[in-house]
Ligand binder design. Structure first.
Ligand code: HEC
Ligand code: HEC
Ligand code: HEC
Ligand code: HEC
Ligand code: HEC
Length: 365
């Protein structure tokens, strides 16, 4: 009744009477500036709302699914920790163990939960979600923008920061660092009703599988080769991602390699990723971007002669995804976790390759 009265009068809470102010009003989950410059404050929440284990008696399937996700591993995973421990900057923590309550003890069990239930769902001391079930025992604040791309953008879309000497972000530059949401919004899936969840949905809604998931990665990027005479065409396609591949962390990249084992010196290689150079404002400018936009195809044409070896010797093709800056980590902070994944590989003679529909043009490479 009260809600209806509010709608009819359009004068509840002051700002509703002013359509501009109404639209500008912040979403319930939106409690910090862009770029993770601050930690996320969950408000005066009871301790049981801040612990994923406390949700388990009633949401066991969700808790289990989340626990295996990269969100749950965001603070503890080896790839993150190896980079963070080399240069522990407070800015990093604002997305990898984001809550003010987690940051009171970075070695403690709360921080170890990484991007946990409360990180996404608790604000101002209570739960926030896109809807509220009739059977819900919670005093949930319903916000229709919860889970939309704008919500994910709080951590998945940001520019390079300006850090003070202690690693605290004092400002954000204009230079893109992670652009997953902008890349999605510029692409063919931007109009999907379920936004990121169109593809990142899961049985219990909380797996958020991505590049660390074999199925997601191999479905996303396809490798195909064909030949006409001694000319070979290799095509790498972003077939299923709603944003560029690679996306996310600046170090993500892929290599396509084409070679014959008897002539490794003639290896042909293509790089998919981004390169940066320092900019005067303290950020880094993108000077190279060979990531694949949604549905984009990268064509690499070569001749059999160029690859060396005998004409009837098999040609090897491999597409490798690399999670960190160099696929051969070394030094005290090198992660133990695998840092590469083979997306696709093939070995075939010229005669075994299917015929191309269009003649490859090796000189155009
Ligand atoms: C005593 C049981 C119980 C506990 C403990 C519990 N929930 Fe719930 N929760 C429910 C029920 C029942 C619903 C409504 C139906 C459903 O989604 O299962 C619900 C719904 C929700 C919703 C959807 C919004 C809504 O209100 O319908 C969210 C989000 C949620 N819970 C988060 C959490 C989190 C996070 C925790 C742990 C911090 C937690 N719950 C602990 C029982 C519980
Ligand atoms: C504004 C939020 C934000 C901040 C701040 C941030 N990250 Fe991240 N980081 C992310 C997101 C989102 C991903 C996931 C994207 C992806 O999978 O590539 C990620 C992924 C990573 C990964 C890859 C982990 C893996 O599972 O392979 C590393 C390493 C990493 N971040 C290191 C850092 C370091 C070091 C800092 C501080 C210098 C930092 N991050 C600051 C949001 C952030
Ligand atoms: C990365 C952010 C994120 C994290 C972390 C997260 N959730 Fe969610 N949660 C969502 C999104 C997005 C939805 C779907 C909202 C919608 O209906 O569109 C959702 C929905 C829910 C729902 C209601 C509907 C459903 O899917 O059953 C419950 C209950 C819930 N979450 C519980 C939890 C619990 C418990 C945890 C911790 C184990 C958790 N969530 C962690 C983002 C998150
Ligand atoms: C059309 C399907 C689709 C949509 C829509 C989509 N994604 Fe993805 N996403 C994928 C696939 C497939 C992968 C695995 C390939 C890869 O890592 O790029 C992926 C990977 C990722 C990764 C992992 C990148 C890494 O470095 O590990 C992140 C983070 C991500 N998506 C976030 C998002 C966000 C945020 C949105 C919404 C703005 C979104 N995705 C929308 C399909 C989609
Ligand atoms: C509070 C910050 C935060 C929010 C909000 C958030 N994420 Fe993430 N997300 C992260 C971080 C940090 C990582 C990287 C964890 C790691 O591997 O170190 C990540 C990783 C991922 C991955 C990569 C999984 C993989 O296999 O590499 C996907 C996919 C993803 N998030 C999707 C989403 C989507 C979709 C949303 C919105 C519904 C969302 N995230 C909201 C912080 C966040």
């Amino acid at each position: 009744m009260r809600v209806l009265a509010c709608l009819a009068l359009v004068a509840c809470g002051g700002s509703a009477a002013d359509p501009v102010a109404h639209r500008a009003r912040k979403a319930a989950w939106d409690v910090r500036p862009a770029g993770g410059t601050l930690a996320i404050d969950p408000g005066a929440a009871p301790p049981e709302l801040l612990d994923a284990q406390g949700c388990k008696p009633c949401h066991a399937a969700i808790v289990d699914e989340w626990a295996a996700s990269r969100h749950a591993l965001a603070w503890t995973n080896d790839i993150f920790q190896s980079e963070y421990s080399a240069r522990p900057q407070p800015w990093c923590v604002n997305c990898h163990a984001p809550l003010t309550t987690q940051q009171r003890d970075l070695a403690g069990p709360q921080a170890a939960q990484g991007v946990d239930c409360a990180t996404c769902h608790v604000r101002d001391g209570t739960l926030v979600s896109a809807g509220k079930a009739p059977s819900s025992p919670h005093s949930t604040v319903v916000d229709a923008t919860f889970g939309t791309p704008a919500f994910c953008a709080d951590c998945h879309q940001f520019t390079f920061p300006v850090l003070d000497p202690t690693g605290v972000a004092v400002a954000m530059t204009e230079h893109p660092m992670q652009t997953t949401v902008a890349s999605f919004e510029a692409g063919p899936y931007a109009g999907e009703r379920d936004g990121c969840l169109t593809c990142h949905g899961s049985k219990h809604g909380h797996a958020f599988a991505g590049a660390h998931d074999d199925g997601m990665l191999t479905a996303a990027v396809t490798l195909a080769a064909c030949a006409i005479g001694d000319r070979i065409r290799v095509r790498v396609t972003n077939a299923a991602a709603g944003h560029a591949v690679p996306t996310g962390d600046i170090h993500r990249h892929m290599y396509l390699r084409i070679w014959r084992s008897s002539a490794p010196e003639s290896l042909v290689q293509a790089f998919f990723g981004r390169r940066f150079e320092p900019a005067p404002d303290g950020g880094k400018r993108t000077i190279w971007d060979s990531t694949l936009a949604p549905n984009a195809v990268k064509t690499i044409d070569v001749t059999s002669t160029e690859l060396g070896g005998d004409a009837d010797e098999p040609i090897s093709l491999e597409l490798t995804y690399v999670f960190i800056v160099n696929e051969f980590p070394r030094g005290a902070h090198a992660p133990d976790a695998p840092v590469t994944k083979s997306i696709a590989s093939e070995r075939a003679t010229l005669a075994e390759l299917p015929a191309c529909e269009v003649a490859p043009v090796p000189s155009a490479r």
